[in-house]
Design a protein around this ligand. Sequence first.
Ligand code: ZN
Length: 204
Amino acid sequence: MAHEDPIPPRNAEEAEELHERLDPETRARRDAALKIVRRYGDPVLRSRALDVARFDEALADEARRMGQVMHDALGIGLAATQVGVMHRLLVYRVDPEAPVATIVNPVLEWSSEEREPMEEGCLSLPGVLVEVERPVHVRVRASDERGEDLVVEASGLEARVLQHEMDHLDGVLILDRTSREERKAAMRALREATAGTSPLGVGA
Ligand code: ZN
């Protein structure tokens, strides 16, 4: 499967090529999943999600459904706001062999002074890859889908995905975390992007 490819694309053209190489079934499933994901311009992506108060079966269902959309979209993370649900809930999976992690009401407790830049994509911003500088290590306090306390200490890509998804819960997008030049190019790419041509990047 394509998302097991350990080498992420370095730019939009490379991402486009990867997308073209997907087998037709995987590509169709991905395109269907991406139709569920809210896109740039949708006001929910700019809204702040609310704390989850009820840890019930509906919440567990929501998390399962998000995990499926993320999987089908070949993404490595998904925030509830991206599917139009205003809950502070996110799912992610950096290692394709690992189970999907569900994080509820996350709070960034600590982040390292050490930061690094990396190109990021977003399932809500088809055709866009921009460089984003973020802390390399983070500690996040949260709950799981049953309401049990959770502390996640993450580094590298995992820390990056967590921060990317937590940004979504505050209505913040990678466009807000990149340089003026990259943002301008991204806006151009967004205008040119059409359904079904979104790149296979580190989409989250
Ligand atoms: Zn995103």
